[in-house]
Design a protein around this ligand. Sequence first.
Ligand code: ZN
Ligand code: ZN
Length: 306
Amino acid sequence: MNFSIHILGSSSAVPTRDRNQTALVLDLGVRSVLFDAGEGVQKQMILHNIKPHKITHVVISHLHPDHFIGLIGLLCSWGLLGRHQKLCIVAPKGLQQIIELQLETSGIVLRYPLQFVLPGQNDNDLVLETSGFSLRSYKMKHRIECYGYLLTERKHERRLLPEMLEGVNLPYEAYPVLKSGMDYTHSDGKVYRYLHFTDDPPKSRSFAYFTDTTVQPHLSTYLHGVDLLYHDSTFMSEMDAKAVETGHSTTTQAAEFAALARVEKLILGHFSSRYGFLKPLENEARKIFGESYLAIEGQIFEVQNT
Ligand SMILES: [Zn+2]
Ligand SMILES: [Zn+2]
């Protein structure tokens, strides 16, 4: 099963010639999740071959326009394109009102249901549990109410060991029992041990999305071993005072946070429009955390199933 992040936009408030406002898609194979929907997100999805019908959830960090203003366009287009399956939107209080007002004022009735879900009030609260993943939320430190999220794949089944199954006449109903991590007892009383016939399941892959925040070191404990962390890196370290003032982080702070959380890979994003050339931001982060990468439009970060 796929698990890959597709970057659609990485600029802070103001778009530039090469960079769009924040949006990225996590492709989970049968379904996708869109994180934030800045201006231009529709066009970016077309440009980077994102399949809209696969998007089952939209997760919004906060209600600064550069993070949600593209959503109404998407919703209307999906209506015109004949979408019928439900869309779940996780967002802070207020978005439901905004969207409903926009639709009502335009006289648009969507033919598919929208479900609005609020983030949790405590750090690490479980917001959603679906058949494919769970989603937890964290309070960010920004100028308005803002949330970070951690999406984790659901627990996989244990792997059957074909070499151990050879020549063993196991009944069909034994397989799901062994794969779920339980011993199977046959009607003749014989017990088949799951540890003998199966191996540990593949690791549940995870993605953390922490944007528009002053660095929050105390939250690193929740992100140990996360495969991909997208973190606010609006400024270079020389602008740390500005970062605090505006509720953002520097590349150095993002890298220190990634190291503290012991994540596998850091994606730097939400770049200030003052930086035309981004390589120095990556270089600065890599001095502290080697696995730091820039969120460039069109870039794909894939996590293998191991
Ligand atoms: Zn922003
Ligand atoms: Zn913001």
